[in-house]
Design a protein around this ligand. Structure first.
Ligand code: DX5
Ligand code: ZN
Length: 225
């Protein structure tokens, strides 16, 4: 199964004082999804945004998929709020939910695509009995909590393993990688089987969003629109 290769821009590194403009710029520049990092200062040692920001982007006319990455504990209470605010996908960390299967079902019930996120030290075993409910597997290639961290190289092995699991399952599951993706590693991440590349600092800290995203797309080549 050859999934479309996409760049998802993580707004964590955007200028929040002009978020609407920033999001429009990266979409114009070639990002096909927007990634919203939700941190609660409990599951991760940082605090970011809630459903209001998702809702505000929709109200601003943003129509591309909005992927909500929940780094929160507990998870369930926020799910309907983000669905109502216009989220497309909702991804959570299985360690943060007491009942992952129930949370996956809840996300689907509110009309969103569901996904599981795996920290660098978290095994993929959590997927064993829930693959039928998962639209996206998100491999964290940094420890969650901050943008601009260095890619942890052992993640490549895990990306390959996740890719094999997806192929074996025959489900049309997307494989997303989040953290430390730059021009010098995106090609190997793509070759390992990833099809969604979540990038924050590499895009927002670049001088020219369009030139940067075009460069990243060239490096992931296969089936990149
Ligand atoms: C980290 C977040 C990432 C982060 C990626 O907890 O989940 O989405 O924004 O940022 P970069 O691309 O700068 O590593
Ligand atoms: Zn993220």
């Amino acid at each position: 199964m050859n999934q479309k290769k996409e760049i998802s821009a993580s707004i964590l590194s955007a200028n929040f004082a002009k978020l609407g403009e920033e999001v429009k710029s990266v979409i114009q520049a070639g990002a096909s999804r927007i990634h919203i990092d939700v941190m609660d200062n409990h599951y991760v040692p940082n605090l970011t945004v809630g459903p209001l920001v998702c809702q505000a982007l929709r109200a601003e006319g943003i129509t591309v998929p909005l992927d909500v990455h929940l780094m929160v504990e507990p998870v369930d209470a926020l799910v309907p709020l983000f669905a109502k605010a216009g989220a497309t996908r909702i991804v959570f960390h299985p360690e943060a939910s007491k009942h992952s299967d129930r949370t996956l079902q809840l996300i689907q019930d509110v009309g969103c695509e569901a996904g599981l996120a795996f920290n660098p030290a978290t095994p993929l075993d959590y997927l064993d009995y829930v693959l039928d409910k998962v639209s996206v597997i998100l491999i964290m290639s940094v420890n969650p909590g901050f943008g601009g961290q260095k890619f942890i190289s052992s993640s490549l092995k895990k990306i390959k393993r996740a890719h094999e699991l997806i192929l074996e399952s025959r489900y049309p599951i997307h494989l997303e990688v989040d953290g430390g993706i730059k021009a010098d590693n995106i090609e190997s991440i793509s070759k390992a089987g990833a099809n969604i590349f979540c990038m924050g600092s590499a895009i927002f800290e670049s001088k020219n969003y369009s030139a940067s995203i075009q460069e990243f797309k060239k490096l992931i080549v296969a089936r990149c629109p």
